[in-house]
Design a protein around this ligand. Sequence first.
Ligand code: C2E
Ligand code: MG
Ligand code: MG
Ligand code: MG
Length: 280
Amino acid sequence: SGKNKKQNAIQFYSTSLRKASFSAIQIERELRQAIKHQEFELYLQPIIDVKTNHINKAEALLRWHHPKQGLISPEHFITIAEKTGLIINIGEWVIERTCQIAKQISELGVNLKISMNLSPSQVADDNLYNHLTQCIEQTQIDASLLELEITEGVLVDDYIVAEQLLKKVRALGISISVDDFGTGYSSLVYLKKLPLDFLKIDRTFIKEIVTDEHDKAIVRAVIGMAHTLNLCVIAEGVETEEQLSFLVNNACNSVQGFIFSRPIQLQSFITLLQQQNQHK
Ligand code: C2E
Ligand code: MG
Ligand code: MG
Ligand code: MG
């Protein structure tokens, strides 16, 4: 359950810090300092259009360079950041940085969307919209270069607030995707009511897609439903050629996974883009 996951994350974190006992205050303090000391970085993972076989988007994924522990991935600190409310500050930094990255990539003459992840409490935050528009103004990027990834949990928490925000954000030209689709508890009603652009099928359905008949059926059905609703489908966690062919043969639009690239630093991502454009 969600609660269990949270506890595991905290346990792992405290073990990794070799602490005898868990101290939420300690972690909170370190996360606060992480913002001040600029210990965060956004890695980028390419998303590939299966028709052209080219990168057509990148997902920004948060990393924490802990002064003592080294690189820490989000599964070990996002839950704590959400519990303490620090996710608001961290999320604001993510938005600023994503806009800067989108700007830098657009200056290379490449038209590429960057997607970022939003936690439910960010979607409920009154200041999110203003912060987004400020960052877009400051960097002077085209809002259509941005995409927001929300999970189904956002819609369960406070549907009305989420709907209002998403409509305003979409009116700016920002795209919206539903992340980890199929793992939440929300109703399908929101798929027709909300202004959505992409469905990202969760990696748990892709993992055994080559051998598991149920996963095959689920993925085919989700792709069919999404296309009927005019949504594009991205498969997460694609690691093998066999998984890729299944998805291509079943009209999935884009894929993201280690088969193409892990999340990488901005400079490496730019190199990857430039190599691709040379071979176009
Ligand atoms: P997500 O948004 O579903 O991101 C995809 C995760 O799947 C990433 O993990 C990525 O490294 C991993 N992944 C991609 N391809 C493969 C694959 O082929 N195989 C496997 N095994 N994994 C793959 P990551 O970077 O550790 O992020 C974990 C989660 O943390 C994200 O899941 C997202 O929910 C959250 N997260 C990351 N960055 C942010 C952020 O800036 N803000 C918020 N609120 N949450 C974030
Ligand atoms: Mg995501
Ligand atoms: Mg996901
Ligand atoms: Mg996921």
